[in-house]
Ligand binder design. Structure first.
Ligand code: AMP
Ligand code: MG
Length: 499
């Protein structure tokens, strides 16, 4: 590792900036400045992400930073833009969407060569706002800020959050609320829907421009493939595999995205566009976190299938570049990648260092018992990290979670038998399990508490929660209560797309 890289943290003025994606031309973007937010104040600032993009965290204290974070300024040399895209929303193709409230201020290049788009979300209307106001409410920016950082803490690919600027400027949702702007950072915010827009317009040259752009920047290994057909086929396959691995990670940790429309699917396999997401509490594959998704298209247990559906939509959008047989092979690769990754993640969650033929059966039986008992997903797996091979079978803390104890005891017996063929000792196995089964996840009620405090201009809880979620696998004894199951009032929290 280059230890000097971390020392090369610079001021806002010294960032190495370029237009990035907008250099592709005005077919792909609308050049437009953000709309100023009146009397902004800083709600949150994330030093981790500042460092990621090579920015000195001390810069967060400057009024110049706040102006950028609020959308009240731009980088002087760069023209901001909103990107155009389309997408399948709840299965129906919508021919034109786009950044209706997100504006990219430019692309930052860090000394090691990585590039990051600096985007302000909630920064006012664009050509793609349709009938909406271009704004975001404080509540939704906090939810996105916290969850993107929680996912990063869990080691799951995601866009990142640098800051939130708030304002007392009112915005109207179901009730009047105050507005806020989230500064979001990612190597690229390109979506499946960007490709779909040009494909369905019959602008295949633009599809090729996009694919070339993505391959050259983000898939350097593929850029070296000389044969066009093979290069584009490999691109589709790589995106499909990344998506599959992302789905496996979501399923393993119990994350439900809530709005897996193709315009919310990242071409880099990042978790993108946090709306009505939720972490599983009582285990239930039918868990729907989005109040607006009554049909359960995006229910927790359907995510791997929807991920594949979305990859097929991407394959259709790339059909001018990728032959049908290659697209089919890419979809096959999705299935294989999902299975391999998911199984490996479960293997680790259950503390099994080697795989055996009947492991999947064992896992399925456990999930069945969790579902019948309505057992909390996160709490169960963390408690499993305390189950010693030699402890008395009927005297374990885990049993208390199950109403039907006999189902648990049956499963536990099978599990203990399986553990007998494990080579490592308890201490090693349990430590490895604690490194993959988080103690803390972003439960809705925890986010809600931070939001309510922030609405009263008290950001201490937001900061505390953010800090906790940076290390979700660590025991944090002074914050034990954050690992508790949701209180009764949390059942009333309802999250919809209105953000
Ligand atoms: P989402 O469901 O948040 O991913 O948004 C779907 C589409 O609606 C995207 O094109 C967004 O840019 C747009 N959109 C959502 N909220 C707003 C808003 N308040 N103002 C303008 N556009 C919005
Ligand atoms: Mg979106």
């Amino acid at each position: 590792m280059d230890t000097f890289a971390s020392l090369r943290l610079v001021t806002l003025e010294s960032l190495d900036l370029s237009p990035g994606y907008s250099a592709l031309g005005e077919r792909f973007v609308e050049l437009r400045d953000p709309t100023s937010l009146s009397e902004p104040y800083l709600v949150a600032f994330n030093p981790d992400v500042a460092e990621l993009i090579g920015l000195d965290p001390a810069e967060g204290e400057r009024p110049e930073f706040l102006r950028l974070a609020a959308g009240n300024a731009r980088f002087s040399s760069i023209q901001p833009y909103a990107a155009i895209y389309a997408g399948h929303q709840f299965g129906t193709f919508v021919s034109q969407l786009g950044d209706g409230r997100a504006i990219t201020l430019g692309e930052v290049r860090v000394p090691d060569g990585d590039r990051f788009e600096w985007q302000v979300k909630g920064a006012g209307k664009t050509a793609f706002s349709r009938f909406a106001d271009g704004r975001a409410v404080l509540r939704s920016t906090i939810r996105e800020y916290l969850c993107s950082e929680a996912m990063a803490g869990l080691g799951i690919p995601t866009t990142r959050a640098l800051a939130i600027a708030g304002s007392d400027e009112p915005v109207f949702r179901e009730v009047p609320e105050t507005s806020a702007v989230l500064t979001r950072i990612a190597p690229s915010h390109l979506r499946f829907g960007t490709f779909e827009l040009f494909h369905y317009r019959g602008e295949f040259d633009a599809v090729k421009i996009l694919a070339d752009y993505a391959i050259e920047r983000f898939f350097p290994d593929l850029a070296a493939i000389a044969d066009d057909a093979e290069r584009y086929a490999s691109f589709l396959r790589e995106v499909a595999e990344r998506t599959a691995r992302l789905m496996a990670q979501w399923q393993a940790v119990g994350f439900a995205h809530g709005v897996m429309n193709t315009d919310n699917m990242s071409i880099l396999g990042l978790t993108l566009d946090y709306g009505p997401y939720g972490f599983l509490e009582a285990f239930d594959p039918g868990f729907i976190c989005n109040h607006t998704d009554a049909g359960g298209r995006y229910a927790f247990g359907r995510q791997p299938t929807i991920g594949l559906w979305n990859c097929k939509a991407l394959a259709a959008a790339l059909s001018s570049l990728v032959a049908e047989a290659d697209a089919d092979a890419a979809m096959q690769a999705y299935r294989a990648a999902f299975q391999t990754s998911y199984l490996a993640l479960l293997q680790a969650k259950f503390g099994l260092s080697q795989s055996r033929d009947r492991d999947l059966e064992l896992f399925t039986a456990c999930f069945g018992a969790l579902q019948t008992g309505g057992v909390d997903h996160t709490i169960f797996f963390r408690a499993l990290c305390g189950l010693e091979r030699e402890s008395t079978p009927y005297d374990d803390r885990v049993a208390a979670f199950f109403e039907n104890r006999s189902e648990w005891y049956d499963w536990q017996r099978a599990y203990r038998t399986r553990l007998e063929s494990e080579p490592c000792d308890d201490a090693t196995r349990l430590a490895a399990m604690r490194a993959v089964n988080p103690k803390y996840v972003l439960r809705n009620y925890l986010a809600q508490r931070a939001i309510e405090a922030a609405q009263g201009r008290d950001y201490a809880e937001l900061e505390r929660l953010h800090d906790l979620l940076r290390h979700p696998f660590d025991e944090q004894p002074e914050r034990e209560e954050y690992a508790a199951p949701p209180p009764d009032w949390a059942r009333a929290i309802s999250v919809s797309c209105s953000s």
